[in-house]
Design a protein around this ligand. Sequence first.
Ligand SMILES: [Mn+2]
Length: 242
Amino acid sequence: MKPVLLLSDLHLADERANSAGAFHAFAAGPARAAGAVYILGDLFDSWIGDDQLREPFAANIVQALRGIADAGVVLSIARGNRDFLLGEEFARATGATLLAEQAVADLGGVATLLTHGDELCTDDHAYQRYREWMRDPVHRRRLLRLPYRLRRRIAAWMRTRSRSETARKPESILDVNAAAVEEALRRHRVTRIIHGHTHRPARHELVVDGVRCERIVLADWNGRGHYLEIGDEGLRNVDIDG
Ligand SMILES: [Mn+2]
């Protein structure tokens, strides 16, 4: 069986050349030999609408994604909190399928819940309120109608605000809530969840209703790339240099 590769929180941006380099190495190499590639959100550090496709940096990344899909690899991309505005035009340009917020996929014979994971951070009430507002299609449409340059300024302002708020919030409320994780596993009747968002890569074991379950948190990219490979020999974390 060809391996399944999962990655998240690449936060690709013009000013992060090493991460972009690692991504291009990934797209030209291991990704093309995979059976499926899942990008679980925050591929881009910011996405302000599919008209961002005309930016040279974004166009390069999209071309690399297209190369993966054209190699016959099933490419699936979840929206993260930074790139929740990824839309149909982006999907068409890349040949990727945009995943629902929570999606179940059979990965190496194990039904696995895939999500970016920010919806599980329910202890961060201020963030969840913001998230609810942004999820409203009316708010999204209104946002997307604003001129491109204005959206870019808003996104920059939101990134600065998010950084300062995250810095002042206690560590504990920025992680997933245990009850929210259990509830998600129960609702989808799965024993494994893979997510990103928290930038706390780990493999956690937990017991839900007497059943052993597993929660895998993918690593964020910080100058170096990372992906999780699920293959015949089990799970393996792989680093990619930019
Ligand atoms: Mn995130």
